[in-house]
Ligand binder design. Structure first.
Ligand code: ADP
Ligand code: GLC
Length: 485
């Protein structure tokens, strides 16, 4: 059944991205549009968005509009772009007061307000378009007040009478907590009784919790993470609310946009490869190592990292294991990322210690991310927790063997390689500790030293299919269930 779907996200590839949320929002929109739904995706017109590159144009009749709630009086305009390789409509809220900032997210006291405004402006644009979405699909804490706003501030409007809300949790580590003395920013003075009262008394308001409490359906980005977040270890304080709503919670593994992430046509690579042309992968590795001025012999293994440098990504395990591996084995390391200062200085010091074997590129670079995926032999992703993770799935397609911890989407997308059967796609370890990480690195390098075994593993990895054709259908089924309800 074709639906009208309003999707809201704080970041969307290729316009503005800090992590996987942007990739997923863009790719899901593409899938839904391609499947024949009337899909409209809303996001802020962030200052980093290149308007001419992406042909972002004002929407006639949607210029200099008022956005008024609580004590606030904003003005905004609506812009529109079409998603590449798709044509799906992306609407961008232009409100310089809120979005003309050098970075997508900050720690200014109005951070919650920026995204409350996005959520409200989206609903008000639906009203001005006279467009009634059957599904309001919110993502992460930024837009998590959507479900409650539908039941309060916008409940009077018959346009939304049949709108069902979905909240997708991409990362429970970010909850959008703000002080209770900013409660007026919600603009729902008559409905404050609907807020989580214990938290209010404790002086705070938790955006994500209210999405969990009021969404008609909750999804998260892998089946394993959907189970994990019901526990204190992974729920980060929201496990009680999630358990209350467990009946409407499900995990849907993210898909991969193979238009962007496939070595057979990767736009950043000078030559392309597939499972039958691994010699090209070897050439690319050679070129990359030469370009990075890394010393290498015929069997040197290249380890790759592309990551936000935060505790979530398991960097603490690498701090203790990489120096040993570099001292003992024939490896080079290419790490791309930025984040917490102590992880950045750890990687910088590793580079200083091994200038001809380690490169740390501090920062963000899309072309380099693709090169790391293509040229590496082994990809390191030993996350402490991982709602889904995209890089391990990208790695599989590029024949770059992921080392992952068995958690969240990593557990759902990488299978332990079994030498006895020749089945499996990567190296998986369970315990978040140094011996387990060291074991995984050792095993990967031992396998890499046996070319026939390695080719088999690489073949298995490259044969995996995480396309949105498969995963998107699960969202469509959810929408069917809700709209039919
Ligand atoms: P998360 O969203 O938690 O950061 P994911 O694995 O879901 O993790 O997605 C990360 C996305 O961000 C991937 O597309 C990855 O290539 C990209 N990425 C992360 N760090 C960088 C970086 N420094 N430069 C370029 N791309 C990056
Ligand atoms: C989050 C998670 C990551 C997930 C991404 C997209 O940032 O950390 O695991 O893949 O969102 O859903």
């Amino acid at each position: 059944m074709a639906h009208t779907i309003c999707l809201i996200a704080s970041e969307v590839t290729p316009y503005a991205k800090t992590g996987g949320l942007a990739d997923v929002a863009g790719a899901l929109a593409k899938h839904l549009h391609g499947a024949g739904h009337d899909l409209r995706l809303f996001m802020p017109l962030h200052a980093v968005i290149d308007r001419s590159l992406h042909a972002v144009a004002p929407v006639p009749g949607f210029v200099d509009l008022p956005l008024e709630f609580g004590p606030h009086r904003f003005r905004y305009s609506l812009h529109r772009a079409a998603l590449p390789h798709s044509g799906a409509a992306v609407y961008m809220i232009d409100c310089p007061e809120l979005y003309a900032r050098p970075v997508l997210y900050g720690d200014a006291p109005d951070e919650h307000l920026r995204f409350l405004a996005l959520t409200r402006a989206t609903l008000e644009c639906c009203q001005r378009m006279g467009w009634s979405p059957q599904i309001l699909h919110c993502n992460d804490w930024h837009t998590a007040f959507g479900p409650l706003l539908l039941r309060t501030a916008y409940a009077w409007d018959a346009l939304f009478a049949r709108t069902h809300s979905v909240l997708t949790i991409h990362n429970i580590g970010y909850q959008g907590v703000f002080p209770a003395d900013r409660v007026a920013d919600l603009g729902i003075p008559a409905d404050l009784g609907r807020l989580h009262q214990d938290e209010l008394r404790a002086g705070r308001i938790n955006s994500l919790r209210h999405g969990i409490l009021y969404a008609d359906a909750i999804t998260t980005v892998s089946p394993t993470y959907a189970r994990e977040i019901l526990t204190p270890r992974y729920g980060m304080g929201l496990e009680d609310s999630l358990r209350e709503r467990a009946a409407v919670l499900r995990g849907i593994l993210n898909g991969v946009d193979y238009d962007d992430w496939d070595p057979r046509h990767d736009r950043y690579l000078p030559r392309h490869f597939g499972p039958g042309s691994l010699d090209v992968k070897a050439q690319l590795k050679h070129e990359f190592l030469e370009r990075l001025k890394l010393r290498h012999g015929p069997r040197t293994a290249l380890l790759g990292i592309v990551s936000r440098l935060t505790a979530q990504k398991g960097l603490d395990l690498l701090v203790d294991t990489l120096p040993v591996v570099l001292a003992q084995r024939d490896v080079c390391l290419m790490a791309l990322g930025s984040g917490d200062a102590h992880y950045e200085s750890f990687l910088a010091s590793l580079q200083q210690r091994y200038p001809d074997r380690v490169v740390f590129h501090r920062g963000y670079s899309d072309p380099l991310a693709h090169w790391v995926e293509a040229a590496s032999d082994i990809f390191l992703m030993p996350s402490l927790y991982e709602p889904c993770g995209l890089n391990q799935m990208y790695s599989l397609r590029y024949g770059t063997i992921p080392i992952v911890r068995r958690t969240g989407g990593l557990a759902d997308s990488v299978q332990q390689y079994d030498e006895a059967t020749g089945q499996g796609t990567g190296i998986v370890f369970d315990d978040f500790d140094v011996p387990a990480m060291a074991w995984a690195l050792g095993r990967a390098l031992d396998l890499h030293a046996r070319p026939a075994e390695w080719r088999r593993l690489v073949g298995n990895a490259m044969a995996q299919d995480f396309s949105w054709q498969r995963q998107g259908v699960l969202y469509e089924q959810l929408y069917d269930e809700l709209a039919g309800a």
